[in-house]
Design a protein around this ligand. Sequence first.
Ligand code: ATP
Ligand code: MG
Length: 337
Amino acid sequence: MTEHPVSALEADAEERRLEAALRPRHLDEFVGQQRVREQLDLMLAAARLRGRTADHVLLSGPPGLGKTTLAMIVAAEMNAPLRLSSGPAIQNAGDLAAILSSLTEGEVLFLDEIHRMSRPAEEMLYMAMEDFRVDIVVGKGAGATSIPLELPPFTLVGATTRAGLLPGPLRDRFGFTGHLEFYAEEELERVLRRSSALLDMRVDSDGYRQIASRSRGTPRIANRLLRRVRDWALVKGLDTVDAGAASDALTMYEVDARGLDRLDRGVLTALCTVFGGGPVGLTTLATAVGEEAETVETVAEPFLIREGMVARTPRGRVALPAAWEHLGLTAPEVAPG
Ligand SMILES: Nc1ncnc2c1ncn2[C@@H]1O[C@H](COP(=O)(O)OP(=O)(O)OP(=O)(O)O)[C@@H](O)[C@H]1O
Ligand SMILES: [Mg+2]
């Protein structure tokens, strides 16, 4: 099995396959996100009662919180076929036209990473979303003509990790926008209970709590840690995972009590011990850890910032008191710099 560093936010092909098995299929199995779930439930129920296609749905939020899962649920709840594509796969308007013109009535079109679609495709999408119509341009230059094409009503479900990057006109054309938040530990415990039942493994309540508290508010990570604990239990011949076993297993995989992994701790340690708590530039910090600047910035930093351990300042990265405390170090008397 492939190893995933816990802080890798994205899932690779093998993990996506494993995730598919744990994915809730219906809204009532989807844990947490109560407001989004209730609003979506109401909207889909109303569409079903009217016998109409549901409004377009935009889902935003950090990786691993359930955007793809919800998109699939929308199709399942509407009993509609689902078509999957993504912003990066749509290079030009023609690619989008090909997808749109082959949709069937009521179909759910899921566009992942919709903020990465090309500009011309985006403009074609405006019209398709609003009027269920596209203009297909045939020919080039002065002889080019555009042929209008009627589309069957469909539901677009767009997902983005960066709602801020979506142009206003696109955002405005979604009838429903749901922003997914990080999960509370109690919700992650419920995700874990559900997953462990599917994986046929036994975990006691303290065991769940232990795994949930290291999962960074993210179901993808909770499921990933659960699989590691499951390997551990299998090899150690444990029948039931308790808090001690979960903690030992995750410590062996270098996931600490707050969910920091080796990379996160490497960054913190370098920041505090090599650079006295900063401020230090990203590239310099990354070099000290032996990582690419981009990895430090996109993989480790967002979590460290969210945990209140690191701050980005105009002069560079600085360690906050929680960082020193977590490493068991004493912060220098005078604020650095
Ligand atoms: N609310 C939830 N209840 C139960 N499981 C969940 C929930 N949300 C997510 N999961 C699980 O977490 C994993 C990741 O979810 P999903 O693929 O939907 O995330 P995503 O937001 O689309 O991430 P990305 O931005 O990387 O595409 C899946 O295996 C899914 O089963
Ligand atoms: Mg996804």
